[in-house]
Design a protein around this ligand. Structure first.
Ligand SMILES: O=C(O)c1[nH]c(=O)[nH]c(=O)c1I
Length: 312
């Protein structure tokens, strides 16, 4: 079956790529992504300066495959590293490049966006409004006014289609309020839902210790356990953002969850925890599983079922 897609005007040979943060901080990581069967790749969220991030242990999978917890603390090589990578990238390859930016202030985001705009590159920007793990930095995704202010500056600056990475919302009024902001920006071409479910706490029963070191063990939750919150956010914004696209992320462990994300309205699907645990081979596996599901159900393309979740 045909699992190709288009996102922000660029063609992806298949709808699967990495969630920013996983397998994408260094050129060595990104090379693995280029060599994988993913349909695209996205870089680790960048700040103006290089950051070491939080002390380890700062990521761990959770027992029984239910997911993961992380409090990485925005470790990255600094935006100029990713700008250089984007300048060297082979845009004739069939795999488009996405760049994640997560400035610690609006000025920082302006500085980074300007640099990418001035470089006139084909890569697509995804502005991260939802990092839950920088101590002292509340995430923008839950501050509608701050997001609107940021977008009113960045959207005209970026000019071409771009996306934003959102935290999960849990209240219908918040879906409505967020969508009202996003619908004001025509070149906001897609929203990526969801980032990790912020500030969970994983405790080891035997040692009675938190599993990760930063923030008293508080960190973002990912993996299968967040699937149903992810599907809700994908569908809520699919219903509320006519003319925009949704990138679905959260809980994709097989072709089945990728299928459900498309059914909920996703135009592309990112994989985080499963990529971290299984490695880049996950893309070939899930691509085949999804294609087999589509054949079994009689669907030829993603358009045949995108957003067609039935209600009772
Ligand atoms: O701690 C991180 O680096 C991190 N971790 C996440 O789960 N989501 C994010 O957007 C980020 I920037």
């Amino acid at each position: 079956a045909d699992i190709s897609t288009t996102l922000a005007g660029v063609k992806l040979p298949n709808l699967l790529f990495n969630a920013s943060g996983v397998c994408c901080q260094t050129e060595a990581d990104l090379k693995l992504m280029v060599e994988s069967e993913s349909g695209a790749l996205i870089t680790k969220s960048a700040t103006v300066e290089q950051r070491d991030g939080n002390p380890a242990p700062r990521y761990t999978p959770l027992p029984n495959g239910i997911g993961s917890i992380n409090s990485m603390g925005l470790p990255n090589e600094g935006y100029e590293y990713y700008l250089e990578y984007a300048k060297k990238y082979d845009y004739n390859s069939e795999k488009p490049l996405f760049i994640s930016l997560s400035g610690l202030s609006l000025d920082d985001n302006v500085k980074m966006c300007k640099a990418f705009v001035d470089a006139k590159l084909p890569c697509v920007l995804e502005i991260n409004y939802s990092c839950p793990n920088v101590p002292g930095k509340p995430q923008m995704g839950y501050d509608m006014e701050a997001m609107e202010k940021s977008l009113s500056v960045l959207a005209p600056l970026i000019k071409k289609p771009f996306g934003i990475k959102l935290p999960p919302y849990f209240d219908i009024a918040h879906f409505d309020q967020a969508a009202a902001v996003f619908n004001k920006f025509d070149n906001l071409a897609f929203v990526t839902c969801i980032n990790s479910v912020g500030n969970g706490l994983a405790i080891d029963f035997v040692t009675e210790q938190a599993l990760i070191k930063p923030k008293d063990g508080f960190g973002g939750l990912g993996g299968l356990m967040v699937l149903n919150t992810a599907l809700a956010n994908v569908n809520a914004f699919h219903r509320r953002l006519p003319g925009k696209q949704i990138v679905g992320v959260g809980g994709v462990v097989s072709g089945k969850e990728a299928f459900l994300h498309v059914l909920a309205g996703a135009s592309a699907v990112q994989i985080g925890t499963m990529l971290k645990e299984e490695g880049p081979g996950v893309f070939a596996r899930i691509a085949k599983e999804l294609s087999d599901i589509m054949v079994a159900k009689g669907y030829k393309t993603l358009e045949d079922f995108r957003g067609k979740v039935k209600t009772l």
